[in-house]
Design a protein around this ligand. Structure first.
Ligand code: GP9
Ligand code: MN
Length: 427
């Protein structure tokens, strides 16, 4: 019901983080590339096997003088995995406690998502992914989010050796996406979702030129090999962006959607991190994924702000000079001085600069030691917990109740889902 929106609006307003003047509108009108790095964890950055960097191209991008890179950025997905990440990135709404919001509510709900917001600022919007369009209900959710185009499997030439593991190989995917990108009227917002670095981390012989790790866990050890392949694929795409001149008038966002190595592999994780063992604190910190924004007008560097996927949309909108003050978004601009640096996980756990809470245990984020809370600390933790719970439950209210259909945004009109057709038409 419309009145359910009132409480949600109040929460969002109270937690609005105003833009940072040194970033607001800095990349106004630029093209945007969102590059979704499948199962890519932060620990891979600058990680070496036998003295060799796993991801030299991504590392170079990470340290570029025009890349703002976050090293305390966490994925916040639950069962919806990739789809939860997409939901957060494009809507600043959380996935659901069970299942996938994109599957259950992607088609029917009203959204005020990145593609439709930018579309109404003159952008062309397109999503690229080498899988079938029905996976995670993308074909319906993307219409609700306002994507003009969705280039999925049928748009890509396929041969038997083009696939490995989960689907189309990333190098082929990027290469074949280029002709479509070249046809997009500028400015555009383009999201490219990679796939090869997906469990079970399979690669063909010709691409296996990188050593596996030697933890002895067969599920874990090939992970760096597919990550290395993904890095090469990104390197080739980045080279195209430079050569074509697109890099100069584009913002390139890189992010990892979720963990690749699940918590079931503790002994292997310990070996990878060069530790004797890992506890719940270590596993919480192991949920870090990369988040980087590159743009010609961005003064780069490594930023230690604590944040997560829910924060990407407000951050990006401010960088593009889009006012989100009246929008229902649950994240906060990571560049904002008002940012509260609380990272809620879907199960109610959280990370903040001071406290990391896992189940009923609270750790000191800086040292990793378990805390016996004094009265003052108890109060601080309770306050953070209230924010976490309210943030998740208000977001859920929006999704379950389809509340955005009642939320009128000045200067914005609802998406006409019927105006999109993602079927491939023969040329
Ligand atoms: C499927 C791909 C994988 O198209 O995006 O999703 P995941 O299994 O990582 O959630
Ligand atoms: Mn994924």
């Amino acid at each position: 019901k419309a009145k359910d929106l009132k409480g949600v609006e109040k929460f969002v307003k109270q937690n609005y983080a105003s833009p940072n003047v040194s970033y607001y509108g800095k990349e106004k009108g630029k093209n945007v590339f969102i590059i979704h790095l499948e199962s890519f964890q932060q620990f891979l950055i600058d990680y070496k096997v036998n003295g060799k960097e796993v991801t030299p191209n991504i590392n170079k991008f990470y340290h570029d003088q025009h890349t703002l890179s976050f090293d305390n950025f966490y994925h916040q997905v639950a069962q919806g995995k990739t789809s939860d990440a997409e939901m957060m990135l494009e809507n600043s709404l959380y996935g659901l406690p069970q299942g996938s919001a994109m599957v259950t509510y992607g088609g029917q709900n009203t959204y005020q998502a990145a593609p439709s917001i930018l579309d109404q600022k003159g952008y062309t919007t397109a999503a690229f992914h080498g899988d079938v369009p029905t996976f995670w209900n993308r074909n319906n959710a993307y219409k609700s989010w306002g994507y003009d185009y969705f280039f999925s499997e049928a748009y890509y030439k396929n041969k038997p050796n083009y696939n490995i593991g989960y689907g189309m190989k990333d190098k082929i995917f990027f290469k074949q996406s280029i002709p479509y990108i070249q046809q997009l009227p500028q400015p555009f917002y383009a999201k490219l979702i990679t796939l090869t670095n997906h469990y079970p981390y399979e690669l063909d012989k010709q691409n296996t030129d990188f050593p596996a790790t030697t933890t002895g866990d067969n599920t874990v050890d090939p992970y760096v090999q597919t990550a290395h392949y993904l890095d090469q694929a990104f390197g080739e795409f980045e080279a195209y962006l430079q050569k074509s001149g697109l890099a100069k008038n584009s913002v390139v966002v890189l992010y990892g959607d979720h963990y690749g190595i699940s918590n079931n592999h503790r002994p292997a994780i310990a070996k990878l991190l060069n530790k004797k063992s890992v506890d719940k604190y270590d596993l919480a910190q192991f949920q870090k994924v990369p988040f980087m924004i590159n743009g010609a007008n961005i003064q780069g560097g490594i930023d230690h702000t604590y944040g997560g996927e829910i924060d990407v949309l407000p951050t990006l909108l401010h960088l593009l000079g889009v006012n989100n003050q009246n929008m229902i978004q649950f994240g906060q601009d990571l560049m904002s001085k008002d940012n509260n640096q609380i990272v809620p996980f879907r199960n109610g756990d959280f990370v903040s600069p001071k406290y990391t809470k896992v189940g009923s245990t609270v750790y000191d984020t800086k040292t990793g030691s378990e805390l016996k809370l004094n009265a003052e600390q108890k109060q601080e933790v309770a306050k953070i917990q209230t924010y976490v719970n309210d943030s998740l439950s208000n977001s859920d209210k929006v999704v379950y109740g389809d509340l955005l259909r009642f939320h009128k945004l000045p200067g914005y009109h609802d998406v006409n889902k019927k105006s999109f057709n993602y079927n491939k038409r023969d040329a």
